[in-house]
Design a protein around this ligand. Structure first.
Ligand code: T4K
Length: 374
């Protein structure tokens, strides 16, 4: 096939452009561009209604939101996290000199395996930071049960999970708080953006102070804080895209179905499942390559795709524990992460979203089929 222009994973989805320009023009007329402006307030209100969560604290991105949330929760010492996640999850802790202790994944879900959490708990452990990888909810009940027994705090990185549910409940209300990413590549994008959502009044108040240097009114700083604010133009994009979520889910779902169909009988290739009884945003089309069955391994299939200008990605290879500074600080971490290492070497994330037509999906499937069965 050879795409004339590169076909990327994570091409942004965009809602109604007229609505976006109208919001931006109003913002320019108001000359109020940041610092908890009306668009940010409206965005927070709409997200809180959508998720059924009491407080939404919008921020400049999910990485800063993770830092602020973990700090507001007073996490310190060691926090248990999956290694199979985007590096930001681990960095947000390490940045504050909290040690991320890497836990293996459950290969059936790609999420942190609760059965492997307990053996990592030490007297220094203060919390668990789960990640709902690909928007498939963690085993929140099992994690909660362990946390209660060991007096640990639980928070979630729900960066992939906007619009997804677990046990029929929207992601966003599990643990002490949850963090969403609204980066350009995410299901709901604000160009850049993030939010911490929580039902805890005190925690929300603390995070609102922390995202704005600790200011309470003019001239009065009552807390140590940073600049984690979301700007008005980012909120304008978020509000516009929030109005388009059902439309975008329908497109993602259509493409996901087309990939499943196109790869159904390709030996050695499986498309990961989404539980049809839950809500999902279908933002990630993820395949696993079984190197014992497929004629080509994962890396060879990715090379074949790249050669045709399909820029498939190997998220989250090789795992956080194999990246710096963790590779140097914790050289033996991999010994306890066999499933993470096995699955990370098999996964490919494929392009989807508004810019991808079903005919394109069919062609991507052909490249994979040719490479896997040659
Ligand atoms: N936790 C988890 C579990 C996450 O997945 C992430 C972010 C975070 C925390 C942190 O959230 P933020 O602080 O970013 O809000 C990309 C994204 O930059 C990152 O947000 C995302 N996860 C991660 C999974 O993917 P890279 O390093 O792969 O980015 P890059 O530049 O290679 O772009 C990815 C693809 O998207 C490319 O193929 C090009 C395409 N793209 C990207 C942008 C920015 C576009 O087509 N248009 C664009 O505007 O991390």
């Amino acid at each position: 096939m050879n795409q004339s222009s590169p076909l990327h994973v994570g091409r942004p989805n965009i809602g109604n452009l007229e609505a976006l320009w109208a919001r931006i023009n109003d913002m320019l007329d108001r000359r109020w561009f940041s610092n908890n402006g009306p668009l940010v307030q409206e965005f927070e209100k709409r997200i809180s209604e959508f998720l059924g969560v009491k407080h939404v604290v919008a921020m400049c991105n999910a990485t800063v939101a993770l830092e602020i949330a973990s700090r507001a929760l007073n996490l310190h010492g060691e926090v248990i996290v999956p290694s199979y996640t985007f590096i930001a999850t681990a960095h947000a802790l390490q940045w504050q000199e909290i040690t991320p202790v890497f836990c293996d994944m459950d290969p059936a879900t790609h999420n942190i395996d609760p059965a492997k959490i307990e053996r990592l708990i030490t007297p220094k452990t203060t919390g668990v930071l789960g990640v709902h990888v690909w928007g498939r909810g963690c085993d929140t009940e099992a994690i909660e049960e362990i946390a209660v027994r060991h007096n640990l705090k639980v928070m979630y990185d729900a960066s992939h999970g906007f619009g997804c549910s677990k046990g029929g409940r929207m992601l966003g209300s599990f643990g002490e708080c949850e963090v969403f990413s609204f980066h350009a590549t995410k299901f709901l994008n604000c160009f850049e953006g993030g939010a911490v959502v929580t039902n805890n009044d005190g925690l929300a108040e603390k995070m609102r102070l922390m995202r704005n240097f600790g200011f309470q009114g003019f001239d009065n700083v009552i807390y140590l804080g940073v600049n984690g604010k979301m700007s008005e133009v980012h909120a304008a994009m978020g509000l516009t895209n929030l109005e388009a979520v059902e439309e975008i889910i329908a497109i993602n779902r259509r493409n996901y179905g087309a990939y499943r169909e196109g790869l159904a009988d390709v030996a050695g290739i499986s498309v990961i499942d989404y539980d049809p009884s839950e809500r999902n945003n279908y933002q990630y089309v993820v395949i696993e390559v079984d190197p014992e069955v497929s004629s080509s391994n994962r890396d060879e299939i990715v090379e074949a795709l790249h050669a045709e200008n399909v820029i498939a990605r190997k998220y989250f290879w090789p795992g956080c524990h194999k990246m710096e500074p963790y590779r140097s600080l914790q050289p033996n971490a991999g010994l306890l992460l066999p499933e993470t290492e096995r699955i990370a070497a098999r996964v490919i994330v494929l392009p989807t979203g508004q810019t991808v037509e079903v005919e394109t999906v069919a062609r991507v499937c052909e490249i994979i089929r040719d490479a896997a069965t040659k």
